[in-house]
Design a protein around this ligand. Sequence first.
Ligand code: SAH
Length: 343
Amino acid sequence: MKNIKDYNLEELKKEFQELGEKPYRAEQVFMWLYREKVKDFDEMTNISKELRQKLQDNYSMCNFKIAKKLVSKDGTKKYLFDVLDGNMIETVLMEYHHGKTLCVSSQIGCKMGCKFCASTGIPFVRNLTSGEIVEQILAVEQEENTKISNVVFMGIGEPFDNFDNVINAIGILNNPKGLNIGARHISISTSGIVPKIYELADKKIQCTLSISLHATNDKKRSEMMPVNNAYPIEELMKACNYYIEKTNKRISFEYALAKDNNDNLEDAKELVKLLHGMLAHVNLIPINKIENGKFVKSTDKNIIRFRDYLNDHGIVATIRRELGSDIEAACGQLRRKTIEEKR
Ligand code: SAH
């Protein structure tokens, strides 16, 4: 059955037209879904019984079930959602002083194979639909009785490998008649699928682009991230410059520091050269070691030295706070299989 949450408002109006219904009815239903967050068509009290029945017959509501919820000492919450077809996905809620950020998954599994990431090794199952992406925000808002202020596409999956559904989901999230999360409060993180960076730039959506860079030369980067063989650094940076030129928006570069791998001053120097003069920000992530992984976390001393070198040479760099590490909710730790085994 079709999931009613897969449609943005314009698409929903078209669906309603096909059902022989007026467009304003679609708007009412949209508001029931995303403002009132109802879980059943029968709760839509200003909609006639007949129409409610018609909706019931044609669409599902895709209300995820919470299979598991873990709460970290630092307040971070990790949800394991049952997406109703036997698969599970993970979503993480983090609290910052400026609001609540939800880290969402874009795929069930991931094809990218980054060597340091725990999602590697889980077989890729499928893309999430737009409605399943949006449902992660809805379900958490319902459960916590709260408003999510920021959404980051940094959970399981490569958002640019599921580009259309991710972009459509952003359109649904943005709508002021619904969840009303502005594009400026949404970040998409990519391992560097170059053609999609151009596509996003041309769409002129005001969301933040994060690039998982992690190394400054092709040899090192390809060792960490196989995607670099398809889209090497020079091509990646060209696309990034195009994006900045088109959107006038700053790019956030993610750099996970691994001991004796990419954390020495030579690397910092190369990074300064690479990003010199660019509208950029560097997010340093102390790497989280994964089971049997060869990359281990840098020392605090090296992390701080790396950050200071960048800052002293005109590149704005910050160290990302590690949240949720005790519940395996920190960067790169999301791993469906491990959780399933523990259930
Ligand atoms: N596929 C997308 C988004 C998911 S990962 C991407 O690659 O950007 C979100 C971020 O966490 C990425 O920057 C990723 O490189 C980083 N990450 C993955 N595993 C990590 C680990 N073990 N330690 C630190 N960061 C990690």
